[in-house]
Design a protein around this ligand. Structure first.
Ligand code: AHR
Length: 651
């Protein structure tokens, strides 16, 4: 064992040490470092396992998370018409070339499916091959174009009885300056609804997003159309799939579960707007769309099966939230016979996910292209039902109990999550608690779970975030998020799941409804916020057992979590220094372990207001250096405003 302060800095030596004081170009004197803290770690005293499901994802259709986000479809409002509002979607415009004499109308008599029993009638009075005319779609604040890229286009067409057929229909990606960057031609419509597919290949064009999609005809006449669709390359080339850059960013978080489909998106604004999963499966032409409570229509192109495929792609377990009869306007469905159809629906949803193909809904899943059942261990009943002031959820014969009894009877192995404490004998396995806080509040709540009873249900922190920074958290938020996470890790015998929310935001100001969100993007690019990188660090270096540790002599804004992986002889020490001055610390390892090499990963910024943006995406990113700390005492001075992980190999 070496004595205190004899730990050595390795390859970077003293340089690395002094670099720790260089903040925003300002050399900070070590004298500022304040009193030396001591972190004593008892390597041989594991307290409990780190929950293997600790860090997961929570998502819903908010901020154009799916439409205009993760779901790679480029055409916005591809079904033209909102049935509930009986309104044409104004996002589409008629191409401005008066020569073509283009007009459009909604045809309520015919559509390509039962779900979409209407269509758009496109009429060209005098279009010609050199002067095609049609309708334009701006995409989700632009249409991304990359050079030499193949896009998959499709559309449903039908000829208009008794009218002249305008012949082939073109879909083109056109720059705002009018240049065609790629196009595809679909054959002339026939008298029956039919889906046509084609590819668009861009050539030597420049990467851009100031583009739109035009659907046009080159001869006079009328044609009926619906569900035009255009996909760029998707993650793992899946049809109807996900945006590649966003999936990679999510994969880097190593999430263990996905909580879906909400959030408020599960509930809907009114009882009519509930998340009716059966309307989100099958071919996209069979999905009628529905209003998201966040003020726009959800295409439901990312529907129940896509959520499950998303889980499969990122090796996450699904945490399925089932609709439980409460709407955001405060109305609820009374427990008892009126609620029973929804209970049945939830049971069928579980069967769709887990049932063999010999079951009714397992067979439907197979029809939808996924014969293999998905593993499901967690079902959440409702969302934030503490808002239901009537108490209809939590009573011993309330909505929760009615769902939980039926689900437990049919699927006894499932763990059931309640959204608030409930009365009576039907108790949940977990309770979902949500924490949206200021930075100050989180910095003061890192011990929130330390003394909570371990006798009741486990806890899922299904939504949490420091609300600071728009559209994504700033570094001050990242510091308090990281401080909060040290508390989650230390208490992960009780808090077995935790997911930041909201996860995604399209940064166009018209796209977002929520202030602070983890990952930002526009049509072309994406970026991780400082808090995103803090979460990547925490999940990259998690360990599997919390070990006993004691921090003394540190400033009030210094937070720690210590874990280990005994099989690989690794100790993980996380230190969050949320103070504006350096924190000098001696790590004293007891229990016969001695550090012999490792890495130090640091995320830091010069001010709490520093942040990453869509135009400056890498301003704050983690830096990794190897260290050659030797002995049972190692000393380091942590930079002001810094989030740090020491990964030490011990023997
Ligand atoms: O994350 C945004 C919203 O916050 C969720 O939809 C809801 O559950 C919570 O109130």
């Amino acid at each position: 064992m070496t004595s205190p302060f004899r730990g050595r800095f390795g390859r970077r030596g003293a340089l690395g040490y002094f670099a720790a004081f260089a903040v925003a170009g300002l050399a900070v004197s070590p004298a500022w470092a304040g009193p030396q803290a001591q972190l004593t770690v008892q390597y041989d005293r594991p307290l409990h396992a780190v929950s293997p499901t600790l860090y997961g994802l929570m998502t819903e259709e908010i901020n154009h998370s799916y439409d205009g986000g993760l779901y790679a479809e480029l055409i916005r409002d591809r079904v033209f018409f909102r049935r509930q509002a009986r309104q044409f979607v104004k996002i589409w415009t008629v191409d401005q070339n008066a020569e073509d004499g283009i007009s459009i109308s909604i045809d309520n008599r015919t559509g390509p499916s039962r779900a979409l029993p209407y269509s758009l009638k496109l009429t060209a009075a005098q279009a010609g091959p050199r002067d095609p005319g049609g309708i334009d779609n701006p995409g989700y604040w632009g249409v991304p174009v990359w050079p030499n890229t193949t896009y998959h286009a499709s559309i449903y067409l039908k000829s208009e009885p008794g009218a002249r057929n305008p012949g082939p229909v073109t879909m083109a990606i056109v720059s705002d300056s009018g240049k065609v960057l790629g196009s595809a031609v679909f054959p002339a419509a026939t008298s029956q609804w039919k889906k046509y597919t084609a590819t668009i290949h861009t050539g030597r064009v420049r990467e851009s997003m100031d583009n739109f999609v035009r659907i046009a005809v080159s001869h006079p006449g009328s044609v009926l159309l619906n569900v035009p669709s255009l996909f760029p390359p998707t993650y793992k080339n899946q049809p109807n799939g996900f945006r590649i850059d966003l999936m990679r960013r999510l994969a880097a978080l190593h999430p263990k579960y996905l909580r879906f489909p909400g959030g408020n998106f599960l509930e809907g604004k009114t009882l009519a707007d509930w998340y009716d999963w059966k309307l989100t499966i099958g071919p996209i032409v069979d999905r009628p769309t529905h209003p998201s409570p966040w003020g726009y229509e959800s295409s439901d192109g990312l529907g129940l099966l896509e959520f499950l495929e998303w889980c499969h792609d990122l090796h996450m377990q699904p945490v399925l939230a089932v609709y439980a009869g409460y709407a955001l306007d405060g109305m609820h469905i009374r427990p008892g016979p009126q609620l029973q159809p929804y209970v049945k629906d939830a049971l069928e949803e579980i069967q769709y996910i887990t049932g063999p193909t010999t079951t009714k809904w397992g067979a439907v899943r197979a029809r939808d292209g996924h014969p293999a059942p998905f593993a499901l261990h967690y079902v959440e009943i409702g969302n934030e039902d503490f808002f239901d002031r009537s108490g209809s959820y939590s009573g011993s014969n309330g909505r929760f109990a009615q769902f939980a009894r039926a689900i437990r009877k049919a699927y006894p192995h499932l763990k059931i999550i309640a959204t608030m404490p409930v009365k009576g004998d039907v108790q949940p396995n977990l309770i979902d608690l949500h924490f949206y806080r200021t930075a100050q509040q989180f910095l003061h709540q890192t011990h929130y779970f330390d003394h909570m009873s371990r006798k009741g249900p486990k806890i899922m922190v299904g939504e949490w975030a420091t609300m600071q920074g728009t559209p994504t958290p700033d570094f001050g938020a990242a510091l308090s998020d990281a401080a909060w996470m040290t508390g989650l890790e230390r208490n992960s015998d009780l808090v077995v799941m935790a997911s930041y929310a909201p996860l995604l935001v399209n940064v166009n100001p018209l796209a977002a409804q929520w202030g602070t969100n983890l990952i930002g993007y526009n049509a072309l690019h994406s970026y991780g916020s400082p808090s995103y990188y803090a979460q990547v660090m925490f999940s990259d270096y998690l360990g599997n057992q919390v070990v006993a540790s004691q921090l003394s002599g540190a400033g009030p804004l210094c937070f720690e979590s210590v874990t280990r992986d005994a099989a690989t002889h690794t100790l993980y020490v996380k230190i969050v220094n949320a103070a504006p001055r350096p924190q000098s610390l001696n790590l004293h390892i007891e229990g016969g372990a001695v550090a012999h090499r490792g890495i130090l990963v640091t995320l830091h910024a010069g001010s709490t207001y520093s942040t990453n943006t869509i135009t400056d995406p890498d301003r704050i990113v983690p830096h990794t250096e190897s260290v050659d700390w030797l002995g049972s005492d190692v000393h380091h001075t942590f930079a002001p405003y810094s989030i740090n992980v020491m990964k030490l190999h011990v023997h």
